[in-house]
Design a protein around this ligand. Structure first.
Ligand code: NAD
Length: 399
């Protein structure tokens, strides 16, 4: 079979010769008891860069020794890109949300052999899920592999944004010492009302991780958490996003992108938020209206916006979030720490082993199966597509 794997570029100065840490902490299980990915083998050292072209997700030896063909590229956008050319006779396509290969209906229809799209990570909105259902192409992801990595990033972003770390760091780098400048936007998080839109694996972990800061915790989700968890974390449940954002100083967005959540945070929703609130969005860029966010930061309706997700990706060089005031954006990195890469590379291999041996893929990994939303797809997504507009990614010029 032919496996097409779309990965981000190698480091500009080449693959690292060594890494800061000699090994990774050992983790046996996720908090709900789910086991970590468990492939039959592994051809990389945990902690190595795997998500870039030369890292190949550690798959080449395994695939080639089993008689399969592996094609790896980062050339994924624009007419005549390598990925589109290689897709036409591919059986499986693998892509990461950090550098998504937007698998639109048109692309899917150019690939008659395509049977499965694997997301090396979590969040399969870069695949036109409706088209996948219509064409009976299965879509799977490595559920839980980086949920807790993202929750850590959320905590980092809430604390650093509320305390205004970025400005203080910039003052030091510029040789300055003006403390009044450094603190004129700096607050404590303690006592604030923090709310998450969605309390799935990431949202719930972010709530748990914020609890020791002595804050008031809120959530909205289409699935209510068990009473025991609400009590343990002293959570306030809201039956709508509007009800929650009205009372929160910080709102973190942790739902998948699907037709119900696309542009959920538009001008109307942002105006319902408490004046001067902060947003941390590590879910998907398109859940927010990019111009409405930039305008709210300029007007002061929002005090800060941080996250690592954009639309499309890579973000065009003139994307307003690169230059808007009071932002704490990173490129899409929260779920691709070296720690997370090991887990999702293992997960992709586990999925491929099951696929080749015609064994069942874990139900938790399924998004679309046999033409229907299935597994986590049925739990967390709605029908339809969210890939429209993704061709804008071709506008990005490498720096
Ligand atoms: P999850 O499936 O465990 O949780 C998703 C939650 O969203 C579920 O509880 C679901 O009920 C809820 N939800 C779905 N639609 C909703 C709606 N309309 N309103 C309210 N709640 C809704 O997934 P997870 O592991 O927590 O990941 C969530 C999302 O975060 C992913 O789909 C992905 O988009 C994003 N993510 C980002 C990164 C990153 O690197 N930045 C990494 C992993 C995941």
């Amino acid at each position: 079979m032919k496996i097409l794997c779309v990965l981000y570029d190698d480091p500009i100065n080449g693959m690292p010769k060594n890494y800061p840490l000699g090994d990774l902490p050992k983790i046996d299980k996720y908090p709900d008891g789910m086991t970590l990915p468990s492939p039959n083998g592994r051809d990389f050292k945990p902690g190595e860069l795997l998500g870039c072209v030369s890292g190949e997700l550690g798959l080449r030896k395994f695939l080639e020794s089993n008689g399969h063909q592996l094609v790896v590229t980062s050339d994924k956008d624009g007419d005549d890109c390598t990925a589109d050319k290689e897709l036409v006779d591919a059986d499986v396509v693998i892509s990461q949300p950090f550098f998504p290969y937007y698998l639109t209906r048109k692309k899917m229809e150019s690939a008659p052999n395509l049977k499965m799209a694997i997301t090396a990570g979590i969040g399969s909105d870069h695949v036109d899920l409706q088209a996948a259902m219509d064409h009976k192409i299965d879509v799977v992801e490595v559920t839980y592999c980086n949920s807790r990595s993202v929750a850590e990033h959320i905590v980092m972003m809430i604390v650093s944004m509320v305390r205004d770390y970025h400005s203080q760091y910039a003052i030091v780098n510029n040789g300055g010492w003006n403390i009044a400048d450094a603190v004129q936007r700096s607050y404590d998080v303690e006592g604030m009302h923090i709310g998450t839109v969605a309390a799935g694996r990431i949202g719930l972990d972010a709530l748990r991780k914020m609890k020791p800061f002595d804050v008031h915790l809120h959530y909205f989700d289409r699935h209510r958490l068990p009473e025991k968890v609400e009590k343990e974390l002293n959570l306030t449940f809201h039956d709508s996003v509007e009800s929650m954002v009205k009372v929160c100083d910080v709102v973190t967005i942790n739902c998948p992108l699907h037709p119900e959540t696309e542009h959920l945070f538009d001008e109307t929703m942002i105006n319902k938020m408490k004046k001067g609130a902060y947003i941390v969005n590590t879910a998907r860029g398109k859940i927010c209206d990019k111009d409405a966010i930039a305008a709210a930061l300029k007007s002061g309706q929002l005090s800060g916006y941080a996250g690592d997700v954009w639309f499309p990706q890579p973000a065009p060089n003139d994307h307003p979030w690169r230059s808007m005031p009071h932002h704490g954006m990173t490129p899409h990195t929260s779920g691709t720490s070296l720690s997370a890469q090991t887990r999702y590379a293992d997960g992709v291999r586990e999925i491929l082993e099951c696929f080749f041996e015609k064994k069942e893929i874990r139900n938790q990994y399924l998004i679309v199966k046999d033409g229907e939303l299935a597994g986590m797809g049925a739990h967390s997504y709605s029908k339809g597509t969210a890939t429209d507009g993704s061709e804008e990614a071709a506008k990005y010029q490498k720096k």
